[in-house]
Design a protein around this ligand. Structure first.
Ligand SMILES: Nc1ncnc2c1ncn2[C@@H]1O[C@H](COP(=O)(O)OP(=O)(O)OP(=O)(O)O)[C@@H](O)[C@H]1O
Length: 407
């Protein structure tokens, strides 16, 4: 169908919904018209049926899996419309489907979606939450992470997302990616952070193989400092839960920043849904860095991040070669059930490094050191190994890494 024809059909759907014409609505939906199609004001058929008090149309649209909480240009949901015009039965139906009236925005951190020009942004990546684009916002190039429609539909997730963002808004540290603002009262929901154009640690290791000791120690310290800031956050520690090379972004000055923290709660790895989401997006990479207790669905605490950290540090010294040949899930099983750990092959570990890594991936979470201790140990290793005052920029090993046995 061409664009004017589609617009006309959407107009018809909305018209029928507003007039209570069930046969007309059904016919268009059966012909394949998306039930959540909107007009220029972001109004859906459900908004109109709810406003006009057409209970049968509301039920029909919900049977066709209409989004219960689409938000129009005024920030209103269908339930808000039904309440405004006092259509009690419709209110009951929508509330039973977890309809909500309005979510509370982020106040001074709330960004209008129009400011982001998402369509003109450059796509740079995709994760379980949604897509990342580079856009210009108020004259600055930033990273905009759109949250999937699926996650945005669940009011509980939306509430947690907004609460979580309100928390992130107050964080600032040289080794964490800076949160700048978010779209929470319009759709799609978007989280805006600083943009780090040099790529992530995963890509760097794919390109360079293993890193030289000096770089690996410096990066390890960057990660540990960023993570310690999050873990020591008051009143509650912020647990990352998905620390992995893809979430470690290179900063211009040859340092790393931790990204994607704080949102782990929304996709709790303990829930079956979260695992399904990881698999759905093909992003099973997280299994490689997952602490055994998370994989085994046991109770866990912030030490899961220390476990992930140890795997990342070992990989920086060894390269990621061997991992290519193993399924991420089978690695997680071997680690959790057989207590297997990656093998040390490289000759570049400075004294004390392997011991620290082994402590960090201890099967017993309580035996793992805190990041505060990790920092002290790394600083000592850095100082005693003479790595402190050398040039921080671009000293990577050029040699092809030797093949190592993973488990
Ligand atoms: N602020 C940023 N600046 C530059 N690149 C970024 C930024 N945030 C993310 N990216 C890039 O986009 C990719 C996708 O990021 P995203 O956080 O959506 O997915 P992920 O971390 O790979 O997966 P998941 O969200 O499922 O854990 C990242 O691997 C990274 O390379």
């Amino acid at each position: 169908m061409d664009a004017p024809k589609v617009a006309e059909e959407v107009g018809n759907l909305l018209f029928y919904a507003s007039k209570g014409n069930a046969a007309g609505v059904k016919k268009l939906l059966d012909q394949g018209m998306p039930v959540d199609a909107t007009d220029y004001d972001g109004r859906t058929a459900l908004h109109l049926a709810a406003s006009e008090g057409h209970t049968d149309i509301v039920k029909l649209l919900l049977e066709y899996n209409a989004d219960v909480n689409p938000i129009d240009r005024n920030g209103d949901t269908p339930l808000a419309n039904a309440k405004e015009y006092d259509h009690k039965e419709i209110c009951k139906i929508l509330e039973a489907r977890r309809g909500y009236v309005k979510i509370h925005g982020l106040d001074e951190f709330e960004i209008s979606i129009a400011e982001l020009n998402l369509d003109q942004g450059k796509f740079i990546g995709k994760g379980a939450f949604g897509e990342i684009r580079v856009v210009k916002w108020r004259g600055t190039v930033v990273a905009a992470k759109t949250i999937t429609a699926e996650l945005s539909k669940d009011p509980q997730i939306v509430k947690e997302f907004v609460d979580e963002l309100a928390l992130l808004a107050n964080l600032s540290h040289p080794n964490i990616v800076q949160f700048l603002g978010a779209v929470t009262t319009q759709r799609p929901m978007v989280m805006v952070t600083e943009y780090l154009p040099k790529g992530d640690l995963h890509d760097l290791m794919q390109k360079r193989g293993k890193l030289d000791a000096e770089t690996a120690i410096r990066f390890a310290l960057d990660i540990a400092r960023g993570m310690n800031y999050l873990h020591e956050h008051k009143p509650n520690a912020i647990v990352h839960r998905d620390l992995k090379p893809r979430n470690l972004l290179q900063h211009d000055a040859g340092h790393l920043k931790v990204a994607d923290f704080g949102l782990g709660k929304l996709l709790d790895p303990l829930t079956a849904d979260a695992n399904a989401l990881y698999e759905m997006t093909g992003e099973t990479g997280s299994y490689r860095y997952m602490a055994p207790e998370v994989f085994m669905h046991k109770h866990y605490d912030k030490s899961v991040d220390v476990f992930s950290f140890s795997i990342i540090v070992q990989e920086m010294f060894e390269g990621q070669n061997e991992q290519k040949y193993q399924l991420p899930k089978s690695i997680a099983i071997a680690r959790a059930k057989n207590q297997e750990r990656p093998v040390f092959n490289a000759q570049t570990y400075p004294p004390g490094m392997k011991k620290l890594i082994c402590e960090c991936w201890d099967m017993n979470p309580r035996k793992r050191p805190t990041f505060s201790v990790v920092i002290q140990r790394l600083e000592k290793i850095q100082l005693e190994g003479g790595f402190l005052n050398s040039d921080v920029n671009e000293k990577f090993e050029k040699k092809v890494p030797q093949r190592c046995t993973m488990m």
